[in-house]
Design a protein around this ligand. Sequence first.
Ligand code: TXA
Ligand code: MG
Length: 354
Amino acid sequence: MNTKIVKIQSREKTFSPEEEKTLRQAGEIIQAGGLVAFPTETVYGLGGDGLNQESSRKIYAAKGRPSDNPLIIHICRLEDIGFLVKEFPENARKAADAFWPGPLTMILPKSGHVPYETTGGLETVAVRYPSHPVAQKLIEYGGGYVAAPSANLSGRPSPTAAKYVIEDMEGRIDMILDGGEDDIGLESTVLDMTVTPPQILRPGFITREMLEEVLGEVDIDVTIMESGNSRAPKAPGMKYRHYAPKGELTIVEGPPEQVVDYVNRAAAADKAAGEKTGIIATSGFLNEYHADVVKCAGDRDEEEVIARRLFAMLREFDDEGVTRIYSESFQSQGLGQAIMNRLLKAAGHSIVRL
Ligand code: TXA
Ligand code: MG
């Protein structure tokens, strides 16, 4: 398949006539059952018509994703949610008022309009109203209900820039809208509204603390941060190995000086054994690490920067042929929790605690 790649750099709600034409064309592709990758404020999505079972099948095929892993349906007007869900309870409305459009996905009981192909056979549907202007226009022109997982091949880090979508999806889908780099860099917070209290199934930019301010008590699915847990996580997607770089990744947690010392010794031993070594460090200790490639994740206090850099760093290690990676660990509240969740999954839960 020939994949059309078109730049749309505008971050405004108004587009140039050419961009407008491209967006209409992209919307037509979706309405005709095709697939278009597009930027959102979190990561790039791989969009198809969420009400068309054939489109959902194509999405799974293009990603190489197991079909029991449900898709998020993206909307571009709050009132459109009524069509997708059986009920829209008061607390879901409150969360929508506070965080939509934005990086929050809510799980609600699905209506008869949503095909099981889109929900992976579940009676619930995941809905998100993204804030990115390109995403909003594409959803509008695409018919209003765009199913979109992250636009990576299954198992790879989610794409935070069009070049990574091109890497994974060129030749597999109809069109890629290149909107440059995404702002947040981690996928949306997934919140299950079908239970009381609501439960976070995937941590993200909208943190538990932010949700609790609006909704009162909010739980978190404990299985997502633990290793060796025998219980399956509730978001089907969270059980799969994810975000994995080709190199083997280990997280090292402990007092900073000890972490530096441990990582340097481990990396030196790996190097002697013929491995190409890489390190993910925060800026404060950057110069104390020694490896083939040392990457700066950002300042420890600036978690938003670390979140934005994380998936790109994992992909860069692949490009650089790094076979053994060590990373500092991050805090387990706030945005740090989302960072640690992705990092733990990328590491297959390999963590050394000093
Ligand atoms: O930021 C995002 O959410 C991005 C952009 C493109 O919007 N999308 C994204 O989609 O990350 P995806 O498919 O990569 O992740 C969706 C997650 C998966 O872990 C999936 O299992 C979970 O949401 N999920 C979807 N529908 C669900 C449902 N009905 N019940 C429980 N979990 C669900
Ligand atoms: Mg994904």
